[in-house]
Write a protein that binds this ligand. Structure first.
Ligand SMILES: O=C(O)CCC(=O)C(=O)O
Ligand SMILES: [Fe+2]
Length: 264
């Protein structure tokens, strides 16, 4: 089984309509250039998504050490950030798009990696020995709750109700407590994780440069980044809930996990 063609090298465009088309077709696009401030990145998202926008919370600074973001504590510039879905602290209502705009790149390392989850699913489905997993990923409910955050007991692969497939790779996917076959669930989870990791290793890498913003379909693609040296590297992250999302959480929103904490 090869996941060689599952990586995505986003096209660089500077036309809004072209960006929309490319985002729909490939699941990601780089726009060059915007004003890479918090306000500038959000203003760009507002223009790009226009009347399809449902929620556009405050942006979050992405830098070594991070802030507000509990999961980022595990991230360090010296290690690869494995490809993941953003915002899973909000449970199934994670944002359907995300943006990363570059304030300062690292001259050594810090390349971005994108994996197309739809292609990973397709590759699994086409393999006689692994096809069971492609089906199981849509059917088997597992526990995808990030510790202390919004509950998610659902399949790794869902439908948004209007034909859009949602795939998720989080740091904490495990068999549900009431699973009737936890061993099989674990096997599926391991296979999914390994497949995404293999795809990430084979994926093309690209470096976002100051002024550039990558827009990612967070239902379809998973993103990661390679280790880097320059501690002044900085990006802005902005999460977007569009018309086409499964739902907007009935909670305060930010582009990090600070408001996704479970209460009560
Ligand atoms: O540092 C990066 O390029 C990506 C970090 C990331 O995954 C995120 O902020 O959600
Ligand atoms: Fe991320």
């Amino acid at each position: 089984m090869s996941f060689e063609s599952c990586g995505v090298l986003p096209k660089v465009v500077s036309d809004l309509e072209e960006a929309r088309v490319e985002l729909k077709e490939s699941g990601a696009v780089i726009f060059d250039s915007i004003e890479c401030t918090e306000a500038g990145t959000r203003a760009f998202a507002e223009t790009l998504f226009a009347d399809t926008l449902r929620a556009l919370p405050e942006g979050a600074r992405v830098f070594e050490g991070g802030e507000h973001d509990i999961t980022r504590v595990q991230a360090t510039n010296l290690k690869t950030t494995p490809c993941h879905t953003d915002g899973f602290a909000y449970g199934d209502l994670y944002p359907d798009y995300m943006l990363l705009s570059c304030v300062q790149e690292s001259s050594v390392g810090g390349e971005s990696i994108l994996v197309d989850g739809y292609k990973v699913l397709q590759a699994l489905a086409q393999d006689d020995e692994l096809a069971w997993a492609a089906t199981a990923l849509r059917e088997r409910q597992i526990d995808q709750t990030e510790t202390g955050m919004q509950t998610s007991l659902s399949p790794i692969c869902m439908d948004n109700g209007s034909g859009r497939t949602m795939v998720r790779r989080t740091l904490e996917q495990r068999p549900a407590e009431d699973s009737i076959d936890p061993a099989k669930d674990q096997q599926m989870i391991d296979l999914w994780r390994d497949s995404v990791d293999q795809a990430s290793k084979l994926a093309p890498q690209f470096k976002l440069m100051p002024g550039q913003v990558v827009i990612v379909d967070n239902y379809r693609l998973m993103h990661g980044r390679s280790p880097y040296e320059d501690l002044s590297r900085m990006l802005w992250r902005v999460w977007v809930w569009s018309d086409d999302c499964l739902g907007v959480p009935d909670l305060p929103l930010a582009s990090d996990t600070r408001y996704a904490v479970a209460r009560g």
